[in-house]
Design a protein around this ligand. Structure first.
Ligand code: EPU
Length: 456
């Protein structure tokens, strides 16, 4: 993949860095302050929500990441005018001229993100039809879209699978329905929300995901005029309305980026202040960070994460849907766990193939075994099904430099951390993937004192 790494140069000017490789001389603690903007996994959905409004929306704290650029491109081919706003990171989204897009224009975005599937409900409401190209996203499991399609059918959509993607129509409009998800899927919950707010009548969703990013999407939809109640036990009720307005909203900070830099502080014996991070949404992560021995301080404007100066402790964790330990947090943390004194266990229960990244860590000197069994917690959906989804990490290990090819977004960031904490020099290729979800990570590495050279 040839990626244009959008980042700020050493001189501070904004340039596109061609090339996809970085050589890191490890062993230097990362120290300093960086800022996180809005969460990738909220901002991209908030942009889709703007399609539902009759008037323009204003979204603040939008990070400059490639997933945002993909969604922007898809909005634009559907006639949404997207322009920068008054402050850095603000987007104005004007959907007053929404129109059907040409298949070829939509297809240009095929394979680059999973967000297009969330265009279905809003486009069906606005235009009566939607075409969704082949989806992309990280290869961390099968990642089917069966829940999405089933939900849309229940609202009354007619789904037609074509060789190039999926075409949907709603000949009789969309109507509220009762939905029960087999698993609290983030995307399928968002699909229901974005479709139900304008569907006729009431929708009841059982088994909903309740991640903070979903709650923030609900905040946005309420600002637009939606009526949504969140009950106990993962039940969400939506009363459809005839008209929604645009919104003005500052996006929830990126919890995954926050956890990634926190793990980087721990793995490199460093000290990183993550500006914009908040305690409430990081509660579960902070508990684990403390159990490993990491220190943190909560401030009004962010969280300081730092290495204690004493040996790290092993932990047993299981990834889960909110309020559990997020799957996106495990990869960076695993790098820190290679430094802990003793045996840690990580049981991945959200994605069946999210340990591909550990091969590179093993090449660098880590001792990690991957097992098919459900270790260290309760039996999950992936037990007895041949999925390598439990990791046993024995530490402490001294990592040494290696040549690494980044496999996916979170795994790739973990490889960066591993290279930064290793003795000697590492070459990390395919780092463009990281700019899908980490804004200006090259600049941030510089701000934190990392020793590296960009190539290409
Ligand atoms: N699933 C199905 N069928 C479906 C949808 C999901 O079987 O139709 C399964 C998945 O295969 C997976 C589980 O349900 O095993 C959970 O998937 P979910 O739908 O919750 O994930 P998602 O919406 O595709 C979002 C984030 C992920 C994050 C997960 C879990 C976005 C764009 N992606 O994915 O983020 O890991 O929720 O919190 O919001 C990342 O940022 O690196 C990333 C992968």
């Amino acid at each position: 993949m040839t990626t244009l790494l959008q980042d700020s140069s050493r001189a501070g000017a904004s340039v596109g860095l061609k090339g996809d490789r970085i050589t890191i001389r490890g062993g230097r603690p990362l120290r300093g302050r960086i800022e996180v903007k809005g969460a990738k996994n909220l901002v991209t959905k908030a942009m889709v929500a703007a399609l539902l409004g009759e008037t323009p929306s204003v979204l603040r704290d939008v990070p400059d990441i490639s997933d945002v650029r993909v969604v922007r491109g898809l909005l634009e081919v559907h006639g949404v005018k997207v322009t920068p706003g008054d402050e850095e990171g603000t987007l104005l989204l004007d959907p007053s001229a929404v129109e059907s897009a040409h298949m070829a224009d939509i297809d240009a975005h095929a394979g680059s993100s999973r967000i297009p599937i969330l265009f279905c409900g809003p486009l069906l409401h606005r235009l009566g039809e939607a075409f969704i190209p082949d989806l992309g996203g990280c290869r961390i499991g099968d990642r089917p879209i069966d829940y999405h399609l089933e939900v849309l059918r229940q609202f009354g959509a007619v789904v037609e699978k074509l060789p190039s993607g999926i075409r949907m129509t709603a000949p009789n409009g969309l109507s509220g329905t009762k939905v029960e998800l087999p698993y609290p899927s983030v995307g399928a919950t968002e699909q229901v929300l974005l479709t139900a707010v304008r569907a006729a009548g009431i929708t009841e969703l059982r088994g909903a995901a309740i991640e903070p990013e979903i709650m923030d999407l609900i905040n946005i939809l309420q600002k637009m005029g939606a009526i949504i109640s969140v009950d106990t036990d993962r039940v969400i009720r939506i009363e459809g309305v005839d008209r929604l307005e645009g919104y003005t909203h500052r996006a929830l900070f990126d919890r995954n980026e926050t956890a990634s830099w926190a793990a980087a502080a721990l793995a490199t014996d460093g000290d990183i202040f993550v500006g914009g991070a908040r305690q409430a949404e990081m509660l579960t992560f902070l508990n684990v960070f403390r159990k490993v021995g990491g220190k943190f301080e909560i401030h009004d404007d962010g969280i300081r994460f730092y290495h204690p100066g004493t040996p790290l402790r092993p932990v047993v964790i299981e990834t889960d849907v909110h309020p559990g330990f997020m799957t996106d947090w495990q990869q960076p943390l695993v790098v820190a766990l290679t430094k802990a004194e003793g045996v840690s266990i990580v049981h991945e229960t959200v994605y069946e193939q999210r340990f591909g990244f550990v091969d590179a860590l093993v090449d660098m000197g880590a001792t990690i075994q991957i097992h098919k069994e459900c270790l260290g917690g309760q039996a999950c959906r992936f037990g007895q099904r041949n999925f390598n989804h439990s990791a046993v990490i024995s530490g402490p290990s001294k990592l040494h430099g290696a040549d690494i090819v980044v496999p996916d977004l979170r795994g790739g960031f973990s490889h960066l951390i591993a290279a930064l904490s290793a003795e000697g020099s590492s070459t990390v290729s395919n780092v463009g993937i990281i700019s899908r979800g980490y804004e200006k990570f090259i600049t941030k590495l510089e701000q934190l004192g990392a020793d590296f050279v960009l190539e290409g």
